[in-house]
Design a protein around this ligand. Structure first.
Ligand SMILES: [Zn+2]
Length: 69
């Protein structure tokens, strides 16, 4: 019945979220000026889709870095 289908569908969603949680702690920051990607493994709670002002070695100055998903 419909109820059975819905419950299995929500379980799939849960697994999806669990897989995403494993990715947590590893973020990719992309320089919005030159597009250089910087990989950072750092646990950052409460910071989703944040734009950080960081030093870019390619631009040789502080630029806005966007968090990649
Ligand atoms: Zn840059």
């Amino acid at each position: 019945m419909n109820i059975c289908y819905n419950s299995s569908s929500s379980k799939q969603k849960e697994e999806f979220f669990m897989a995403k949680k494993e990715n947590r702690g590893k973020i990719t920051l992309t320089c919005t000026v030159c597009g250089k990607k910087e990989y950072r493994s750092e646990k950052q709670r409460d910071t989703e889709r944040l734009t950080l002002n960081k030093y870019c070695s390619q631009c040789q100055k502080h630029t806005a870095h966007k968090e990649d998903k």
